[in-house]
Design a binder for this molecule. Structure first.
Ligand code: IPM
Ligand code: MN
Length: 372
């Protein structure tokens, strides 16, 4: 298969972790004879620094005309308190999602067996958890009109949803539930928010087309509690933009580290894959960031294009790395391995290498005695 992949490494740890995802894809290409053509482009703070815009035209055009996008992370503290909020890294990302029509962000949560005791939650709560969050990504309060009065004393953010926006993601969520354990939970605040009441109405109406899927509703505050106290009850969680953002970060605690979570963002004509973690500026350039989220995003990319065997191999590479304790310090504080060695291990696993010398990297012998 030939795939053109736009690579937007972005800010902070983005470039380091995305490099490991590229290595995994490169290894898959070699073993399974696929041609993955990577093209790099700028987004976020690094794009502002180099071009003046958080989302340069060139990046947008490239991504609109490619098979898939692989994104690292955006955000830099130096732009956090910028008065120019319209050209912040975050606004660049939101505009990007909108322009590509990436209306559904899909975040699976299934802890690795080898990490059950890394989670701060009790093993009996974590074991057997397997759910996926469908977060609406191009509407709601993130995109509504923002106002601040002249005195800077009154502010508002409009939360708006149309029936169409809800409908599109709802079908995807139901279709996913059909292939899974056939349960869909809509998370909202229908007790206080008009938009949530519209969500309920639309989702209920659509549910008749999926009679085998059971539908239930949970208020977001209760969902926040249940995701930590009884996460096994969930199969498909469907929710709006803001609740989805918050709940997926919270849910990452179940897996032991936000560093292991991957996501797919789907649009009608475009698709993007990215780890759910942020740019983690503090860790930038220190070879400590967990590359699993990025590598597993690459696995999601493979799956999306029907390359299931290949995706499984990448997933197994991560499992093996965990089994051999070739992990970054977020998963094992005593670990001697960094981003690069962990990524190296996974790509060499994909390449079926015993000697782990493939990339001829200075650090490779670290894994040598570990794998055999
Ligand atoms: C995410 C991030 C973004 C979001 C930020 C960086 C705007 O947290 O992708 O989850 O809130 O959507
Ligand atoms: Mn987030």
């Amino acid at each position: 298969m030939n795939l053109k992949i736009a690579v937007l490494s972005g800010d902070g740890i983005g470039p380091e972790v995305i490099l490991q995802a590229k290595k995994a894809l490169y290894a898959v290409g070699v073993v399974y004879e696929h041609d993955f053509i990577f093209e790099d482009a700028l987004i976020g703070a690094v794009a502002i620094d180099k071009t003046g815009s958080a989302l340069p035209e060139q990046t947008l055009n490239l991504c609109l005309n490619t098979d898939a996008v692989l994104l690292g992370a955006i955000g830099d503290p130096k732009y956090d308190s910028e008065s120019d909020t319209k050209n912040s890294p975050e606004q660049g990302l939101l505009k990007f999602r909108k322009e590509l029509g990436l209306f559904a962000n899909i975040r699976p949560l299934k802890p690795f067996k080898g990490l059950l005791d890394v989670s701060p939650l009790k093993r009996e709560i974590v074991e057997g958890v397997d759910f996926v969050i469908f977060r609406e990504l191009t509407a709601g309060i993130y995109f509504g009109e923002k106002k601040l009065n002249e005195e800077g004393t009154i502010a508002s953010d409009l939360c708006e949803y149309t029936e169409d926006e809800i409908t599109k993601i709802t079908h995807l969520a139901f279709q996913s539930a059909q292939k899974r354990r056939k349960k869909l939970t809509l998370v909202d605040m229908a007790n206080v928010l008009e938009t949530s009441r519209l969500w309920r109405k639309v989702v209920k109406a659509i549910s008749v087309q999926y009679p085998e899927v059971s539908l239930d509703f949970l208020f977001a505050d209760n969902a926040a509690k249940q995701i930590i106290s009884n996460p096994k009850q969930f199969d498909v969680v469907l929710t709006g933009n803001l609740f989805g953002d918050i709940l997926s970060d919270e849910a990452s605690v179940i897996t032991g580290s936000i560093g292991v979570l991957a996501s797919t963002s789907l649009g009608e004509n475009n698709v993007l894959f990215e780890p759910i973690h942020g740019s983690y500026p503090h860790a930038k350039g220190r070879n400590i960031a967990n590359p699993f989220g990025s590598i597993l995003s690459a696995a999601m990319l493979l799956e999306h294009f029907g390359l299931f065997e290949e995706a499984k191999k990448v997933y197994e590479g991560v499992e093996k790395a965990i089994e051999f304790n070739v992990v970054t310090i977020d998963l094992n504080p005593d670990s001697k391995f960094g981003t690069n060695e962990v990524g190296e291990f996974v790509s060499n696993f994909i390449l079926n290498k015993d000697d782990l010398m493939y990339f001829n990297n200075d650090n490779v012998h670290l894994g040598q005695s570990t794998i055999v």
